[in-house]
Design a protein around this ligand. Structure first.
Ligand code: PMP
Length: 399
């Protein structure tokens, strides 16, 4: 499978041990070629042209919406293309949130959220006078749903949780979270950025109300992502950005808006990105998300086992992680580790991973994070472990 990914070699043609897929995934040729065709021989605008190339492009763009919907078991009339998960959450906050939250209402988040599932809610809370509550974590760093149950009240209008933590890899019991939210009349938004590329997702089975994700973490291009919203909710949501393509009729006195997803897609959309997003979806569907989850699970298990055996290493998060392992080594800053690993063609992420409240909770400024994708191999894990051994020697720590 690695040969499908031209990005997995260094400039000198050596294997590149890319362990930063949680930040962004490398792209298979199928995606690169789909994007290139869409920018080349197939290129035209969508929705407006009367000529056949534009009609074909419109068909391809709307087919892409259907494909993305099929990935998560949603309806095509429930998928809004956005610039990514971040924009999708902002869209929900600015449209649904402003229309449905008022002073005194509450929003429930968790301690492990990515900044993009915190800051838009803080902005909304400040604007409407709502309050944010934060669910703590269990001892193995998962969202504590017992605590969430005890915290939820009738004032809570929204629960927004990561489906999979981008730092720890823990998988939320999303169905239970949905039941808890719905019991008090709140909606559940799931940040699916780290879930969709690692496991089968079915929004109907999860029973959530909003689901967001980015194409670039799913082997697709940057600049595009999706918001899935339950159709009865989407139909009621007010437009949030004005412009072309999102209208029904415009006069200077009054504008009426398009119904369905188009109402939220002002301007010329990311046409080529949508088509490449669909190609990426086809690619992961052909590999099989269940099989991917299993293969990544073996890499996680070995890495966690080997790291845990080192007495100066702390490994965070639960055993069963969706392709992500975060750790720290006493006396070695994750940035130093990352820099030394880079010399051995091993790429990890070092830092706060856009989750500073989680770092505060763990009591560390940063962690080192290795994250796997469908192209990751045992050789990548071996290269990482050898790089860690070399780093310890450089720091005079022995093995
Ligand atoms: N949520 C999670 C859990 C993420 O991992 C990321 C990306 N690091 C985001 C949200 C934001 O995604 P994007 O930057 O693609 O909008």
């Amino acid at each position: 499978m690695r040969s499908d990914f031209p990005g997995l070699v260094t400039k000198d043609g050596a294997p590149w041990h890319y362990l930063d897929t949680a930040a962004t995934a490398q792209k298979p040729r199928a995606v690169i070629e789909a994007m290139s065709r869409a920018l080349g021989q197939d290129y035209a605008t969508v929705h407006r042209g009367v000529y056949s190339r534009s009609a074909d492009m419109t068909l391809a763009y709307e087919n892409a919406r259907r494909t993305i919907a099929s990935l998560i078991g949603g309806g095509e009339d429930e998928i809004v293309f956005t610039r990514g998960a971040t924009e999708a959450i902002n869209l929900v906050a600015k449209s649904w949130g402003k229309a449905n939250l008022k002073s005194g209402d509450r929003i429930l988040l968790s301690q492990l959220e990515h900044h993009s599932n915190i800051v838009p809610w803080q902005m909304l809370a400040q604007e409407v006078g709502a309050h944010i509550d934060v669910v703590p974590l269990t001892s193995d760093h998962q969202i504590d749903l017992d605590a969430a149950e005890a915290m939820l009240t009738e004032q809570h209008k929204l629960v927004a949780f990561g489906h999979v933590s981008n730092v720890l890899g823990g998988v939320l019991d999303a169905k239970r979270a949905a039941d808890l939210a719905h019991k008090v009349g709140a909606k559940l938004l799931l940040d699916g950025c780290q879930a969709v590329a690692h496991m089968p997702v079915d929004v109907a089975a999860l029973d959530c109300d909003f689901y967001v994700f980015s194409a670039h973490k799913l082997y697709g291009p940057t600049g595009i992502g999706a918001l899935w919203a339950r159709s009865e909710i989407l139909l009621e949501m007010p437009a949030w950005e004005g412009g072309g393509a999102m209208i029904d009729r415009v006069t200077f006195e009054k504008t009426t808006y398009a119904s369905g997803p188009q109402r939220f897609e002002a301007g010329t959309p990311a046409i080529t990105e949508a088509i490449a997003f669909a190609a990426a979806t086809h690619y992961v569907q052909s590999v099989g998300l269940g099989a991917m989850h299993e293969a990544e699970g073996e890499l996680v298990a070995r890495l966690r086992r080997e790291l845990t055996a080192m007495n100066d290493v702390t490994v965070y998060g639960p055993e069963a992680s969706a392709g992500i392992v975060s750790f720290t080594i006493d006396g070695i800053h994750p940035h130093d580790l990352g820099t030394i690993l880079d010399e051995a063609n091993v790429a990890i992420r070092a830092g706060h991973h856009c989750a500073q409240p989680l770092m505060d909770y763990l009591g560390v400024p940063a962690t080192a994070r290795a994250s796997f994708g469908l192209y990751s191999t045992q050789e990548d894990v071996t290269a990482l472990l050898e790089g860690i051994a070399r780093t310890r020697r450089i720091f005079g720590k022995g093995i």
